[in-house]
Design a protein around this ligand. Structure first.
Ligand SMILES: [Mg+2]
Length: 296
């Protein structure tokens, strides 16, 4: 049975921390796989808790020109001219059209502070730290910590003391979304990754016609995104260890590649050819990542 009966355009939505980056904030291991995905003309849509400025670094590094979703689903950034049709937006500048969802960073931080005071909790958010303090807390270089502080909607924070359950209950009553990311709790208003992905999926379907959406993530904040794509892939470190994210990308690359091969030429679907994908023998070597000739 064909894997891609509708000739659908594959589109990949992906988290960044812990999904393309390892625990040392390096994406040396996944970079070759992402490049191969790009060679298959598959749009790569970053969907992260990171800020616009942080995500732009990875897009530039990889030469990605597709839209992206910042701050846990609070804002969709679409390069101008990417869609040839009009769509609702909240802001336009020279480079992007933005679809912002929810209240401002200042409003969210104000509400969070009030809730914390009401239950005698102590919290420390990114907005309470200098870039130098944040660099120590996150392990990021100071230059990257500065970009991580350029927030417009979502506040990452630690709960120093107090009841998380109570805070979550009050946040929910205030219409805030409170979630656990990879390292911090996050609070934002009126959105999550799933809502943003659903909006962008609608626009992408209008651009490409039939689409097949894949999602890759590693934490609870990714679950709303994984719930709205056709093929969700969760990085499972409890089974795959430190390199679980690498094997997840190998699986994803295989799925996308197979669907495209079948669509291109059903008769040759299972025959290797000297493409950029086949030359790495990914499909013959599904074992441990060290089997691959990847730069560490
Ligand atoms: Mg993550």
């Amino acid at each position: 049975m064909p894997l891609n009966p509708e000739n659908a355009k594959p589109i990949v939505f992906t988290d960044i921390d812990g999904t393309i980056l390892d625990q040392k904030n390096s994406f040396q291991q996944t970079r070759p796989l992402l490049k191969q995905l790009q060679a298959l003309a598959t749009p790569l849509i970053f969907c992260s808790s990171k800020t616009k400025s942080e995500i732009e670094l990875y897009r530039k590094e990889l030469g990605v020109t597709d839209p992206f979703i910042a701050e846990n689903g609070a804002a969709i950034f679409i390069p101008n001219g990417y869609f040839s049709f009009e769509y609702p937006c909240t802001e336009k500048n020279g480079e992007y059209t933005k679809i912002g969802l929810g209240e401002s960073y200042e409003a969210v931080r104000g509400k969070l502070a009030k809730l914390a005071t009401a239950i005698n909790a102590e919290i420390v958010g990114f907005g309470d730290m200098t870039a130098e303090e944040l660099a120590v807390d996150t392990g990021l270089p100071v230059a990257l910590a500065k970009l991580a502080k350029e927030r417009e909607y979502d506040e990452p924070f630690r709960l120093v003391h107090g009841s998380l359950k109570e805070l979550a209950r009050l946040a929910n009553a205030e219409g805030l979304t409170l979630m656990l990311g990879g390292r911090y709790f996050h609070v934002l208003s009126g959105s999550d990754k799933g809502k943003a992905v659903a909006i962008l999926k609608g626009l992408l379907a209008k651009k490409f016609g039939s689409i097949m959406t894949y999602g890759v993530g590693d934490s609870k904040s990714d679950l709303p995104m994984l719930a709205v794509v056709n093929k969700p892939l969760l990085v499972r470190r409890e089974f795959g260890g430190r390199n679980a994210h690498v094997s997840t990308w190998m699986n994803l690359l295989r799925l996308v590649s197979e669907s495209i091969r079948i669509e291109e030429d059903p008769g040759k679907a299972w025959i290797d050819r000297p493409s950029s994908v086949a030359k790495h023998n990914l499909f013959q070597r599904r074992g441990k990542p060290r089997d691959l000739n990847l730069k560490a």
